[in-house]
Design a protein around this ligand. Structure first.
Ligand code: ZN
Length: 218
């Protein structure tokens, strides 16, 4: 899943005062690790055009970033880090960040073919919805839109830009999704890793620019 991951991120501010940029990083944290690990040769991927209807990547080896056990570990680590550095709502904020990190694994479970190990070296799971283009699109944009509506009801604009900022962010997510499918992704893992990390970081920056700066909790 790609933009669907941002649905849970957008719902986060409803439950604790955590900035959207941090939630955007949290929901993609497992993919940040994946990008770093495949670039470093710790995890492995091969490109097979048509591997699923939605993705050419055969993600046959990602025990440290995408196993269930490690997803729980990373969720706890990031939740604790946030609780440590947050100035207020440490417990609620830490829990929301941890839930955001773990939401990535649950969303991946729906769309991935069975390539998500339960633990490093353990059996792999995945419901394979990436094999259907319409189901994937409904899921990606349904979850994204639901999260966006929760965000809009949980926060309010400070000035005019605060009203259009989230609309622009939503549009940019749609455009980014379209570009990522219309273009050929980098196939060299040494490039694909940093590329993924760069795109996610840009989206987190846009969340700060278009939402955090110009909106506040209701
Ligand atoms: Zn992932």
């Amino acid at each position: 899943m790609f933009v669907g991951h941002y649905g849970p991120a957008l719902a986060g501010p409803r439950f604790a005062p955590v900035p959207l940029w941090a939630l955007f990083v949290a929901v993609q944290f497992l993919d940040y690790l994946w990008g770093a690990f495949i670039a470093l040769g710790i995890e492995h991927v091969r490109v097979e055009p048509g591997f699923t209807a939605m993705s050419p990547f055969d993600l046959y080896h990602m025990p440290w970033s995408h196993s269930l056990v490690m997803a729980l570990v990373w969720s706890a680590v990031l939740g604790l880090v946030w609780a440590g550095i947050a100035k207020r709502s440490k417990l609620a904020g830490g829990l929301v960040i941890a839930a955001a990190v773990f939401s990535h694994w649950l969303a991946d479970l729906l769309v991935h073919v069975p390539d998500l190990p339960l633990w490093p070296g353990g059996p792999s799971v995945g419901f394979g919805l990436w094999n259907s283009v319409p189901v994937t699109l409904i899921l990606e944009f349904g979850v994204l839109a639901a999260g966006w509506l929760v965000y809009m009801s949980a926060t309010r604009a400070r000035g005019t830009f605060g009203r259009i900022g989230p609309v622009i962010l939503f549009a940019l997510l749609v455009v980014t999704y379209w570009i990522s499918h219309a273009s050929t992704p980098p196939t060299n893992p040494a490039v694909a890793g940093p590329y993924v990390i760069g795109v996610y970081t840009l989206l987190a920056f846009l969340a700060w620019l278009l939402c955090d700066r110009v909106r506040e909790a209701r």
